[in-house]
Design a protein around this ligand. Structure first.
Ligand code: ATP
Length: 459
C-alpha cells in the first residue's frame, strides 16, 4: 500500500476544477484568502450530491439515526467543557528570516523549509476563531466559530431523547460548516480554514462500544467504495495509544491516496462517555440514559464517524479522474458515480437549426424537473462530448434530424462511449434506470423489442 503512486497530480485537479467551474480560490479578485475556497456551479452540485448520499445512507435509510442542525455559534462554556479551549492548540514556530509560520509537529528539521532560516521558540496557538456576540467587544462577549459539529449533538442529547423517544443504540447526525484557523493550509481543499463536516454521534450501551466501533469503520469504508472510490486507494490507520485524542479510547482513520500521498479522509472514534459526562458536569444537567429493560441509569458511550465534505469531494474527484488516449488527442474523463455526477445528462442538438432546437429544447424541458440536465448547442458534437466527459456527465442525449421523423434520440454513455437509440417517450425511464444501475428492457410501441440494455451495476 505505502509504495502506491497517486494516479493524478494535484495541479491537474486544481486546473480542471477552476476551468470548469467546480472550485475557485476564495475572494480571488482581491488576491485570494488563504484556506478559503468558493464552489462554482458544478462544485456546488457535486457537494450537494455528496451531502445527499451521506444523509441518505446515514439518516433516511436507517431507523436508528436522526438528523439535527445546530447553531455554529455556541455558548462559550461548551468549548471549555469539551476541552477545546485548553487542548485545541498546536505548537507554532515562525522563521526569523522570512516569517513563515509552521506547525512544529509537521517539521522534519530545525530550519525553515522555504529559506533555511532559524525558527523562533514554539508557542501554543489555539485554532478556534474568536469573535464577539452583541455590541460590546470585551472578554464577556467572546464566542467561537465551532471547530467541529459534534458538540452541537452532545448538548442536544437530552432534547433528542425526550422528543423522539429513541432507545439505545441510536445516533444523531449533522452536516455543517466548521472553522479552524489552521496554521498550515494547503493541498488545495484538503485542509482549509472554513470547511464542512458530516458527523454522526452513535450512542451505545457501554460494553457494546467495541463492536459498534468496528461496525462503523466497515460501514463508512464501504460507503466510499459504493460511491466509486477504488478499494486499493483506501486504507485504514489505527491511532497508537500516544496519538489518541484526549477523549478517545480508539480511533481509526480511513485514509485515501491523495495526490500528495496517503492522508486522513475520515476519522472514526470511540469517544467513550467523555463528552456527555463533561457536559453533565459543565452544565449541571444530568445527561444519562434510563434503560427500560435493565432499569438502570447510565451514560452512553459514543462512536463517531466524522468526515469532511470538501475533503471527500477532493477524493471523489481525484479517483474519478482519467486521461485516455483518443486518436491524436487525450480524452479527460471524470468517472463519477451517477449519484454524485453534477449533471446527469446533457441534451445536445446536432445543429442549431430552428426546428431541431425546438424539438431538443422540449426534450430538455421534459427532463428538467426530474434530473439535473444541461442543454448545450455550441461547437461540434465531438467537442461537446469531451466537455461533458471532463465534468463527469454519465449520459449525452443527441438529437439529430432523423429524431424529427422517428421521435428517437441517441444516448451516449460516458464510460463505454456506447450509443443506443431510444424513443423520446422512453427517454426519462431509460435514463433513470441506467442512473440507478438497473437492468432495463424497453419496448417500443408496436411490440418490437428494440434493445435490451444492461445498465452499469452499482458496486
Ligand atoms: P487532520 O488530522 O487532517 O487535521 P483531524 O483529525 O483534526 O484532521 P477531525 O477533527 O477528526 O480531523 O475531523 C474529521 C474530518 O473533518 C477529517 O477527517 C476531515 O475529513 C475533515 N477536516 C478536518 N479538518 C479539516 C480541514 N482543516 N479542512 C478540511 N477538512 C477537514
Amino acid at each position: 500500500m505505502a509504495e502506491q503512486i497517486p494516479t493524478v497530480e494535484m495541479d491537474k485537479i486544481v486546473s480542471l476544477a477552476r476551468r470548469r467551474g467546480f472550485i475557485y480560490p476564495g475572494s480571488e479578485i482581491y488576491g485570494g484568502i488563504s484556506g478559503c475556497w468558493d464552489y462554482g456551479p458544478l462544485g456546488v452540485e457535486l457537494k450537494r450530491n455528496i451531502r445527499q448520499a451521506w444523509w441518505q445512507s446515514m439518516v433516511r435509510e436507517r431507523d436508528d439515526i436522526v438528523g439535527i442542525e445546530t447553531s455554529i455559534l455556541m455558548h462559550p462554556q461548551v468549548w471549555v467543557t469539551s476541552g477545546h479551549i485548553e487542548r485545541m492548540v498546536d505548537p507554532l514556530v515562525e522563521c526569523k528570516n522570512c516569517h513563515l509560520r509552521y506547525k512544529a509537529d509537521d517539521l522534519q528539521g530545525n530550519r525553515c523549509p522555504s529559506c533555511g532560516g532559524e525558527f523562533t521558540e514554539a508557542r501554543m496557538f489555539n485554532v478556534m476563531f474568536k469573535t464577539f456576540i452583541g455590541p460590546v467587544e470585551d472578554s464577556a462577549s467572546v464566542v467561537y466559530l465551532r471547530p467541529e459539529t459534534a458538540q452541537g449533538m452532545f448538548v442536544n442529547f437530552d432534547n433528542i431523547v425526550q422528543s423522539t423517544r429513541k432507545k439505545l443504540p441510536f445516533g444523531i447526525a449533522q452536516q455543517g460548516k466548521s472553522f479552524r484557523n489552521e496554521i498550515t493550509t494547503g493541498n488545495f481543499i484538503f485542509r482549509s480554514r472554513e470547511f464542512e463536516q458530516m458527523e454522526m454521534e452513535f450512542f451505545v450501551k457501554p460494553g457494546t462500544d467495541e463492536q459498534w466501533f468496528e461496525h462503523w469503520v466497515q460501514e463508512r469504508f464501504n460507503w466510499f467504495v459504493k460511491l466509486g472510490i477504488k478499494r486499493e486507494h483506501l486504507g485504514l490507520n489505527e491511532h497508537s495509544k500516544e496519538k489518541l485524542a484526549h477523549y478517545a479510547k480508539r480511533c481509526i482513520d480511513i485514509t485515501y491516496l491523495f495526490p500528495h500521498g496517503w492522508a486522513e479522509l475520515e476519522g472514526i472514534a470511540n469517544r467513550t462517555d467523555f463528552d456527555l459526562k463533561q457536559h453533565s458536569q459543565g452544565s449541571g444537567k444530568t445527561l444519562d440514559y434510563y434503560d427500560d429493560e435493565t432499569k438502570e441509569h447510565y451514560t452512553p458511550y459514543v462512536i463517531e464517524p466524522a468526515v469532511g465534505v470538501d475533503r471527500s469531494l477532493l477524493a471523489f474527484m481525484c479517483d474519478a479522474y482519467e486521461e485516455e488516449p483518443d486518436k491524436e488527442e487525450t480524452r479527460v474523463v471524470l468517472h463519477f458515480h451517477p449519484a454524485l455526477a453534477p449533471i446527469k445528462a446533457a441534451i445536445l442538438p446536432l445543429s442549431k437549426k430552428e426546428n431541431l432546437s425546438v424539438f431538443a429544447k422540449d426534450v430538455y424541458k421534459d427532463l428538467r424537473p426530474h434530473l439535473a440536465v444541461q442543454y448545450d448547442d455550441t461547437q461540434s458534437i465531438g467537442r461537446r462530448y469531451r466537455r461533458q466527459d471532463e465534468v463527469g456527465t454519465p449520459f449525452c442525449v443527441t438529437v439529430d434530424f432523423q429524431s424529427l421523423e422517428d421521435k428517437r434520440v441517441t444516448i451516449r454513455e460516458r464510460d463505454t462511449m456506447n450509443q443506443i437509440r431510444v424513443p423520446v417517450a422512453e427517454l426519462r425511464r431509460t435514463l433513470t434506470a441506467k442512473l440507478e444501475g438497473e437492468d432495463i428492457l424497453v419496448l417500443p410501441p408496436g411490440g418490437e423489442v428494440w434493445k435490451i440494455e444492461r445498465g452499469d451495476k452499482k458496486q
